[in-house]
Ligand binder design. Structure first.
Ligand code: ADP
Ligand code: MG
Length: 694
């Protein structure tokens, strides 16, 4: 049922709901509260609540209107159940809208003498407890039957959009719970599983998640909903696994080595044992009849790029095309330059395509892609735009895949469904979890770093000491990065801030050549700066975190991170990975400003730990996986009720049940699985382009 047919929601309100991606009453019911406030009477302030939050039911003793200079004040004096007097105050700006308009009309009506009213508000800050003065957030006339939705209970608080209030939201949810839509809300979980796991049924769970009677009931409801989410996704992946297993490619590879051998000979280094093993795994996938879907995880600097290049060369040897996608233009450019350098003298044609490629150049690239003259295309997500047609693309590589947005990723999946796919990341999810969950995803791991790497000395210091180190290194002929954090997620303000710092730093280091790099610069400017840094025309690069991923300049040996407490663990680790890439001893110096305890913990962890996998796990513990695996990194693992980390038990149960379910009924044909299958199909249409459940 469309949302605008719900009582109280017209086309205008429906638009607001649309912003929250709520289109139907079912969507609304599945829009779970962001949090809850404990508004039960007599409950001590609990973990749910703001410390100064007050909730009471009182009888009106008297009211008073006070005209002041620019505001009008309305006061109501109430007596609560304990016989205490409480003063509630409202302010209104004076408005000269004619004297008939009374801004306190409704308040006066609701606060008539002896009336019983629920009040939720905050104790006034400057007054102590005994003053009993309260700034009112919400109030409800006790005689109003709807008051019980908002007060005297665990009260749901929703993530809103402008134009909607929590009060309205709760009432709409309540309406929705009254509509037949809920009663018709089919129980999608098979009855056997409901019984086995002793779960609430769907209407019970939905009622309880919005209007729980107790924390215990809420938790039972949440578990049921989390289980459902996990089971749905796990089953979708399970089905996909069986489908890809039977899928076969209509092309095949042969390891000819007419490119691979000369490539290895001119590379200038030997592959590490880890790289050899992983290249073998990838070649096995490529030469096997079913499409590859492999995740290559390896710490920062472990040498993933050259592994990917080997895979692409195998494609080229076989007369196919390959593409590599990177999350940023700088990184795409850099990969392109690396490939050009590594492939010098070999008959392999490489091009780079980003959104700032000039029209004429783009036209040429598109033509050569279509007629097969180009072998390898490197780029950003421009590579998957509709106007890009390949002659015979067979292999897609996605670098730093967690950096791609959810939308781009689903588009990538659509485009690459029938290809061999290699995704690479330095921010792994725990391996067992990945395997259990995805099932169909093969995982390779680069365990060791290339030899001869000097461990990077990581320490905290003041700016002054950090700059001393920079000066020492640059005098020795090395180069340095000085990085400033993004400010309030705004590239523009950050660019301004970093430009100011740049001017200051020019005075600190008058004897050296400084360069600046930030997200507001044009692509050409960025490229030029990176190129000048790469050939050592710049000694010190002052930058925002745009340089975080992938940048590879071996002569750079110092990374100074200003305001280090503002960076997450993964970012700190990635930034540190920009140095220590050559044979010189390298330094990463964190300059914290005001470190809170979590910030300090992060800085300590980075100083003490080199292993990116361990850092990843600690990061997850510190921040919770929601933020790490949520919208920002992994669209597939974004859950509304569940949390793959703290609900691990439920997750493993769901995976176990999925395996049993699919063993019994691989195509979900049994009548008791019908609704579950239908739900999967519905979700598949919305999100999972890759999963064919027809
Ligand atoms: P990441 O895994 O972080 O993407 P890169 O692929 O950028 O790492 O590799 C880091 C650096 O190490 C590059 O300069 C690359 O050429 C170099 N490298 C890769 N493999 C080896 C190796 N086996 N021996 C020496 N250097 C290597
Ligand atoms: Mg890389």
């Amino acid at each position: 049922m469309q949302i605008q047919y719900l009582k109280g929601i017209g086309p205008a309100k429906a638009k607001l709901f649309d912003r929250l991606e709520i289109n139907t009453v079912e969507d609304l019911l599945h829009y779970y509260p962001r949090t809850y406030q404990d508004r039960r009477l007599g409950m001590p302030p609990s973990e749910y609540n703001h410390p100064a939050l007050v909730i009471f039911k009182g009888r009106v003793l008297r009211t008073q209107t006070i005209p002041a200079h620019s505001v009008l004040i309305f006061k109501a004096f109430l007596e609560n159940e304990k016989g205490e007097q409480i003063e509630c105050t409202w302010f209104k700006k004076r408005m000269y809208r004619g004297f008939r308009f009374d801004p306190f009309g409704t308040l006066k009506k609701d606060f008539t003498l002896h009336n019983e009213v629920w009040v939720i508000g905050k104790r006034e800050h400057k007054n102590n407890f005994f003053d009993n003065k309260i700034t009112v957030d919400e109030y409800y006339v006790a005689a109003d039957p709807l008051a019980q939705l908002h007060t005297g209970r665990l009260t749901p608080i929703y993530a809103l959009t402008e134009g909607l209030t929590n009060k309205q939201f709760r009432q709409f949810i309540y309406e929705a719970l009254q509509t037949p839509a809920l009663m018709a809300e089919p129980e999608i979980l098979p009855p056997s599983l409901l019984q086995k796991r002793k779960l609430l049924n769907a209407p019970q769970a939905l009622k309880a998640v919005h209007f729980p009677h107790s924390p215990a009931e809420l938790e039972t409801a949440r578990q049921r909903l989390a289980y459902e989410e996990f089971l749905l996704l796990a089953t979708a992946w399970g089905i996909k696994r069986t489908q890809t297993k039977i899928l076969s490619k209509d092309y095949s590879y042969e390891i000819k080595k007419n490119l691979l051998t000369p490539f290895r000979q001119q590379l200038g280094f030997e592959f590490t044992g880890s790289q050899k093993k992983v290249i073998n795994e990838i070649f096995n996938d490529l030469t096997s009849p079913r499409p590859m879907n492999r995740l290559l995880q390896g710490d920062v600097g472990s040498g993933k790029t050259v592994v990917a290049l080997c895979a692409m060369l195998l494609a080229v040897e076989n007369g196919y095309q390959a593409a590599l996608m990177a999350p940023t233009e700088i990184l795409a450019e850099q990969h392109f330059l690396t490939f050009k350098r590594m492939l010098e003298g070999l008959n392999v044609r490489v091009a780079v395509l980003t959104s700032s490629t000039k029209a004429a150049a783009k036209k040429k690239i598109l033509k050569e892609l279509a007629d097969g003259t180009l072998h390898i295309l490197v780029g950003t997500h421009s590579v998957i735009q509709n106007d890009v047609q390949f002659h015979n693309l067979r292999l897609a590589v996605i670098d730093e895949q967690h950096r791609f947005g959810v939308k781009q990723r689903s588009k990538l999946k659509e485009k690459t469904a029938k290809l061999d796919l290699l995704t690479m990341t330095a921010t792994p999810i725990p391996r067992t979890l990945a395997l259990a969950f995805y099932g169909d995803l093969d995982v390779s791991t680069l365990q060791e770093l290339p030899p001869g790497r000097q461990p990077i000395q990581t320490e905290t210091a003041t700016s002054r000491l950090a700059y001393d180190r920079v000066r020492m290194e640059v005098q020795k002929g090395r180069q340095a990065y000085i990085v400033f954090p993004l400010i309030e997620e705004s590239e523009k303000i950050s660019a301004k801030a970093v430009t100011e710092e740049f001017e200051k730093l020019k005075k600190v280091f008058p004897e050296f050549k400084l360069g600046i790099l930030h997200g507001q610069m044009s692509q050409t400017e960025k490229e030029e700066t990176m190129a000048r840094f790469a050939v050592h025309q710049i000694d010190i690069l002052v930058a925002t975190p745009v340089i975080e991923v992938g940048i590879d300049v071996k002569n750079a040996t110092v990374m100074v991170i200003e305001n280090a407490e503002r960076f997450g663990l993964a970012s700190l680790h990635q930034l540190r990975g920009r140095v220590g890439r050559g044979e010189h001893e390298s330094y990463c110096i964190l300059v914290p400003q005001h470190a809170g305890s979590v910030a300090k913990e992060r800085v300590d962890i980075i100083c003490a730990t080199r292993d990116g996998f361990k850092i990843g796990e600690r990061d997850m513990q510190l921040r919770g996986p929601g933020e790490i695996l949520g919208t920002r990194q992994s669209g597939e693992l974004e859950f509304k009720a569940g949390d793959i980390f703290s609900d691990r038990d439920i997750l493993y149960k769901a995976i176990e049940d999925r395996d049993e379910l699919l063993a019994q009924d691989p195509q979900l044909l049994a009548p008791e699985h019908l609704l579950f299958k239908r739900k999967l199909q519905e979700l598949y249409q919305q999100n999972w382009h890759l999963i064919d459940l027809s």
